[in-house]
Each structure stands twice: as structure tokens, then as C-alpha cells.
Design a protein around this ligand. Structure first.
Ligand SMILES: Cc1cc2nc3c(=O)[nH]c(=O)nc-3n(C[C@H](O)[C@H](O)[C@H](O)COP(=O)(O)OP(=O)(O)OC[C@H]3O[C@@H](n4cnc5c(N)ncnc54)[C@H](O)[C@@H]3O)c2cc1C
Length: 512
């Protein structure tokens, strides 16, 4: 027993918050639990509402806390899921299954809170927006919370200790899209996810200022190692988890306490304006109808003397490594140039063609449509940025070239999946292989026309599942194109209506 009774704030009345409150209360501390919603249970409170952005990328979206889907059953047997001194046992009228539905977990948590007198400790509808030391010498913390409701109010209160009970990694996270310069990473311990061109560039320049850089790579043969010739760069396999004490654990068993995670995981393009009525289509990576079909891969081989693509990729990897390990930019480019003197030609010709197009900066294309059914002309409508009255401009062209990637179907994250009905008769691609992927795949397969699961494991190849006539397995997705085609790395493809991302969950706390 702690000899002093402290005033403690617990943030969150989910499973972790309730258990923490009980333990603190047992030790005679004075506990207040802040819970932003109006009920306890956190993740286990099913919410039929989903977020306004189904992929959960728009920061301005309305956030829904729970990720539960209606049919979710626990993935641990009761005996393991319950607390040691408060078994998760079957109650009258409850779900008798060893792996019960989510409602049973909520009931269990409600009973737990009631039996230990925790409900009266919870301030429902209080969202914590700031936790800060009261001043430099004090041991107290100020907790500022916002009350829910039509007239939301701010409240401040001092505590001697604060316990944060939400799934969380406390460090900073940034996507390479929002990376500009290395200076903010001075002396930081950085985990960088990815192995593409921006990953290599950022890794290299950050490594000159950061204390340590740890690159997480997806390739199956990657294991923890320090890069030769560099004393502050390590390679690891993919991240397994990131925990609330700032630890990032990799699948190869290595770990690091990091300050920041940089996601160099690629970019997503979107062009919702193209209404071609099927006139422009993409088949096997070939956009048609085009004036001349252009075989980029073959062109590289024949015109520029570069090796075929597979070999080229290996070379690229080698040079990328060299680029990372080299202290000297010139040395890197010199080696590249000596091997591929044509490199400059590729670069400059692409750049020249960009300039002669005289780009209309600040023009966002919102519609591309045939002028009429008989014309060969296309209307391009654009919105001019910065103009006072959202000025629109229309102009006719004889041809339109779209130079952005797009997949026109619906995309949803499993966090925003609730029931299978919306997927009736749809062709669904489902990414992932975790518990929610399995649950959703199974129940969707009863109503969907086809379900195609994209799996990351290196030994996965295209196959139909035995005993099921509408489920296929594929390797990871290579690309998704504007005609609705989803192409997998194993060469298989499907024209799909929807992609469901069962790629895990991410919780964040903005208040500290
Ligand atoms: C789809 C899914 C299925 C799962 N299945 C299982 C399973 O079968 N078995 C298992 O053991 N685990 C499972 N889990 C893991 C589950 O997350 C944990 O079991 C556990 O419920 C996490 O509890 P928590 O208290 O840490 O977080 P949460 O349950 O998320 O609770 C956090 C609470 O904090 C509140 N909160 C957040 N921000 C603030 C703020 N600023 N101010 C005040 N309050 C705030 C939230 O409203 C919420 O009530 C699953 C998770 C998911 C997403």
C-alpha cells in the first residue's frame, strides 16, 4: 500500500481505465476517471455510426471511437480474457459461447464497474484536451477537459498523478507527404517505415542530424542489423507494435524507444472528376485509346541501355543502399552515372515535356466530360484557387491525358465496417489477415458475389479457397487503376466494387 493518498486522474473508462481505477481505489487513492463518451466500456461500446471518411484519413472527419462491427466475437477464450480475480464467466441470459459476442464483454465491464463502485468515480462526457505540469517546480498536473453537450464548457483541475488509459503511442508521427527538412529531427531517435525513393532520401538526410534512424522494411529476408559504414542507421523487419511508453517493437524481436515515426509508405492520388462513360479504359496497365501505346519498360531497355525491370529493381536496391550508406551525394551520383550514363536523358526529357505544357497552376480540375455524344472533344472544367468567388473555367480539348493514379470504387477501413448488407452482390477486395479480416471476410462472403483477400505473407499465391465458391486468396495489391481493376503482385487481378482495409487500428491522444 502506498502510504500517501494521492488525487489521481485516470483518462478513459475502457478496460484499462476501469482496471486502473479499481487498483488505485483499493490503494486508497482518490480517483477521478475522465471519459469523453457518455458510457463506459471504450472499444466495447458498439456504435452503428461510422466516420464521415470511411478510410479515416481526413483529419476533419467526425471521429467515432469504436471499431466494432455488429458480428464481432472475442478472439480470446473467456478464461483468458477476464481479469484474474474477476472471471469472465457466463451470467444468466448471457451469451454462453466460449468466444462470446462483443455485447457480452461490455456487460462484463459494466458489472465490474458496478461491483467495485467505479461508476460513481467516472465523469462521463468529459473529454481531456490538455494535461500539463502546473508549473516547473510543482509535482501537480493540470487536467483540462471539455464537457460534451450543446454548451460545451472547459474545466481545469489539478491532480497529483495522471494515468492515461487508451491504446496509444506517445511520440510524434508524420507521413513523408508532410516531411520538408531534416532539422526538426535533430538528435531524435527516428523510426522510418518504407523502402521506396522517398524513404531512401529522407533516411539519408535525416541520418546526418538524428541520433539514430531505424528503418522498418517489409521484405521477408530483412533482419535486425546495423548498416555498414554508418554508425546511426539500423535495419529492422516490419513494426509489430508501438506502445505507450514510446517503444517500437519490430517483428524480428528487436525494439527501440523512439521519438518519432516517419511513414514513407507511398502516396495516394484521387481524381473523382473523370466521367468518360467507359471511353477511356485501362487494360493490363495500358491506358486506351491512346495515340501511340507506349511500352515504358521496353523503352528503357532498348533506348537507354538499362537492364530489364527485374534486374533493374535489384540494381536500384543496391544503389539505394549505397545512397544511404554514402556520406557523399556526389559519390552516389557518380557511381550511378558511370553505370547508367543515360540517366540524365530520362530526367531531362521528362522535365522538358512538363515545362512545354505551360501548367495552369492553381487550377483544380473538377470535371472532364465529352462535349456531346457525337463530338470528339472534351470539356475540362477547373476551379481557380485563390479567386475571390471560386471562379470556374471551362475549356474544350481534343484530347485529355490524366497523369494521376486513381481507383474509382469505394474504400472503407474495417474501423468503419459494421454489417455485411451494404456489400450484397458486390465484388470485394479485402486487405489483411488479422482477426477482423477473418471475421469480415467470412460474413461478407455470404452476401457478396466474390471476395478476394490480399495477404502479405511471402508464400501466398492466387488460389480459390477450398469448399467456398466465392473466396480467393491473392498476394498483396500491386496497384488499383481507374477502371476499377485491382492488380495483385502475383499477377492475378479482379475488377472490384470495394476495397476493405483490415489493416489494424491506431489510437491517438492529442492532449499531452
Ligand atoms: C475490433 C477490435 C477487436 C478487439 N477484440 C479483442 C478481443 O477479442 N479480445 C481482447 O482481449 N482485446 C480485443 N481488442 C483489443 C481492445 O482494444 C482491448 O481489449 C481493450 O478493450 C482496450 O482497452 P483500453 O481501455 O485500453 O482502450 P479503449 O477501450 O479504447 O478505451 C479508451 C477510452 O478512453 C476514452 N477517451 C479517449 N480519448 C479521451 C479523452 N481525450 N478524454 C477522455 N476520454 C477519452 C474513450 O472514449 C474510451 O472510452 C480488440 C480491439 C478492436 C479494435
Amino acid at each position: 500500500m502506498y502510504e500517501q493518498s494521492l488525487k489521481v486522474a485516470v483518462i478513459g473508462a475502457g478496460m484499462a481505465g476501469l482496471l486502473t481505477a479499481r487498483e488505485l481505489k483499493r490503494e486508497a487513492h482518490r480517483v477521478i476517471v475522465f471519459e469523453k463518451s457518455i458510457s463506459l466500456g471504450g472499444t466495447w461500446v458498439y456504435d452503428p455510426l461510422v466516420e464521415t471518411d470511411p478510410l479515416g484519413l481526413d483529419p476533419a472527419r467526425e471521429i467515432v471511437h469504436s471499431s466494432l462491427y455488429r458480428s464481432l466475437r472475442v478472439n480470446l477464450p473467456r478464461r483468458l480474457m477476464g481479469f484474474l480475480d474477476y472471471p469472465f464467466s457466463l451470467k444468466e441470459g448471457g451469451d454462453p459461447r466460449e468466444f462470446p459476442g462483443h455485447e457480452e464483454v461490455l456487460r462484463y465491464l459494466e458489472d465490474f464497474a458496478r461491483d467495485f463502485g467505479l461508476v460513481e468515480l467516472i465523469r462521463f462526457g468529459h473529454e481531456v484536451v490538455r494535461v500539463e505540469r502546473a508549473n516547473e517546480v510543482s509535482h501537480e498536473w493540470v487536467v483540462e477537459s471539455r464537457t460534451r453537450g450543446s454548451e460545451s464548457e472547459m474545466e481545469e483541475e489539478a491532480f497529483e498523478a495522471v494515468v492515461v488509459c487508451m491504446d496509444i503511442w506517445p511520440g510524434m508521427q508524420v507521413h513523408s507527404h508532410n516531411y520538408r527538412t531534416p532539422e526538426p529531427f535533430q538528435n531524435q531517435i527516428v523510426v522510418l517505415i518504407g523502402n521506396g525513393p522517398s524513404a531512401h532520401d529522407i533516411l539519408r538526410e535525416i541520418s546526418y542530424v538524428a541520433k539514430e534512424v531505424h528503418q522498418a522494411l517489409r521484405a521477408s529476408d530483412v533482419h535486425f542489423k546495423k548498416l555498414e559504414n554508418r554508425n546511426n542507421i539500423w535495419q529492422h523487419s516490419v513494426i509489430k507494435c508501438a506502445t505507450e511508453d514510446g517503444k517500437v517493437v519490430f517483428q524480428d524481436g528487436s525494439f527501440v524507444y523512439a521519438d518519432v515515426i516517419i511513414h514513407c509508405t507511398g502516396f495516394k492520388y484521387h481524381f473523382p472528376f473523370l466521367r468518360t462513360n467507359g471511353v477511356v479504359s485501362v487494360d493490363d496497365n495500358c491506358v486506351g485509346p491512346l495515340y501511340k501505346h507506349f511500352d515504358y519498360e521496353n523503352w528503357l531497355v532498348t533506348q537507354l541501355g538499362l537492364p530489364p525491370l527485374e534486374e533493374w529493381r535489384e540494381e536500384m536496391y543496391f544503389y539505394a543502399l549505397k545512397k544511404i550508406t554514402s556520406h557523399d551525394d556526389d559519390e552516389y551520383w557518380d557511381t550511378w552515372e558511370a553505370n547508367y550514363p543515360a540517366r540524365e536523358i530520362v530526367h531531362s526529357s521528362l522535365y522538358r515535356s512538363l515545362r512545354v505544357n505551360l501548367p495552369r497552376f492553381g487550377h483544380k480540375v473538377v470535371r472532364v466530360e465529352r462535349v456531346n455524344e457525337v463530338s470528339h472533344k472534351w470539356v475540362v472544367e477547373s476551379r481557380i484557387r485563390g479567386s475571390e468567388s471560386e471562379e470556374m473555367e471551362e475549356e474544350a480539348f481534343e484530347a485529355v491525358v490524366v497523369c494521376m493514379d486513381i481507383w474509382p470504387g469505394m474504400e472503407v477501413h474495417s474501423h468503419n465496417y459494421r454489417t455485411p448488407e451494404p456489400f450484397q452482390n458486390q465484388i470485394v477486395v479485402l486487405i489483411g489477415n488479422g482477426p477482423s479480416a477473418h471475421d469480415i471476410l467470412r460474413e461478407i462472403s455470404y452476401v457478396a458475389k466474390e471476395v478476394h483477400q490480399a495477404l502479405r505473407a511471402s508464400d501466398v499465391h492466387f488460389k480459390k479457397l477450398e469448399n467456398r465458391n466465392n473466396i480467393w486468396q491473392h498476394s498483396v495489391i500491386k496497384c488499383a487503376t481507374e477502371d476499377g481493376k485491382v492488380v495483385f503482385q502475383d499477377g492475378s487481378f479482379v475488377y472490384a466494387d470495394v476495397i476493405i482495409h483490415c489493416t489494424g487500428y491506431c489510437h491517438k491522444c492529442d492532449f499531452n
